[in-house]
Design a protein around this ligand. Structure first.
Ligand SMILES: [Zn+2]
Length: 256
């Protein structure tokens, strides 16, 4: 089986030698890089396109995830640039996403549209693969990469940023960080039975937190600082298979 890395904002390619390919899915075509690292084939997919041209609400999430499934990927690690509304997570920090709260509005969220006379639900006890999360934490520790903690991700529709009142509400609901892309990406991975985990790089304080406004150069600086560390740890995780896997990601569908 192959492994995959999805690069979010600021992570558009890996340093390793690469070869770009395209695959056609039922939802559209997807370009990706493929690399062989330590005998393991790793697919790299830039979520917003290699030139960061696709805004969060226009990303073809179903095409991206179906492409990975067709490429026989069973484990995916993704980066995401996030704003922080938790005082414990400052710009430049790295967090492992533990759970999400979904505030998206207009995105297809499922491969199962009921047209084959089945109703399919997907289990969300562990939206982010517990096995990949713990392997990332372990490998990051071995590489002396500081991980600040685990975070609840609030997904907004974007592309606008949140208002100060929205951030106050998200905070009260238990959110730690905000981004615009993890839903439906994590949900679709689960529907296809692939293990998926996401690591957030805090790029800014959310609107109204710390009294700062969000500036583009802050986001660029935080990403530049951390992206190589995070992708190095990803490659390390994906090229070292665990002795045993205890997650239930491949058995998450409930068919009624
Ligand atoms: Zn899993």
């Amino acid at each position: 089986m192959r492994k995959a890395i999805i690069g979010g904002t600021g992570v558009y390619q890996l340093e390793e030698a690469r070869e770009t390919q395209t695959i056609l899915t039922a939802f559209g075509s997807v370009s990706y890089d493929i690399m062989s690292i330590e005998g393991q084939e790793i697919v790299f997919l830039a979520r917003h396109g290699s030139k960061h041209a696709l805004p969060p609400h226009k990303i073809n999430y179903r095409a991206n995830m179906m492409a990975l499934k067709m490429l026989e990927v069973d484990e995916i690690l993704a980066t995401c640039a996030v704003g922080s509304m938790n005082d414990a997570f400052a710009p430049g920090d790295i967090v492992v996403i533990r759970d999400f709260i979904d505030f998206t509005k207009n995105r297809p969220q499922s491969f199962y549209e009921g047209d084959d006379t089945k109703v399919v639900h997907v289990e969300m006890t562990d939206p982010y693969c517990s096995n990949l999360r713990s392997r990332f934490l372990q490998r990051a520790g071995m590489l002396e990469i500081m991980v600040q903690g685990e975070a609840v991700y609030v997904c907004t529709e974007g592309p606008r940023f949140e208002t100060a009142s929205e951030i106050r509400m998200y905070r009260q609901l238990g959110g730690d960080v905000v981004g615009m892309t993890n839903v439906p990406e994590v949900v679709l991975a689960k529907e296809l039975g692939m293990c998926y985990a996401a690591v957030g790089i805090i790029t800014n304080w959310c609107t109204g937190i710390e009294g700062n406004s969000i500036e583009g150069h802050q986001i660029d600086q935080s990403m530049a600082l951390r992206k190589n560390q995070v992708t190095k740890a990803f490659v390390d995780v994906l090229t070292n298979d665990p002795l045993e896997k205890s997650c239930a990601c491949s058995r998450s569908l409930i068919v009624l």
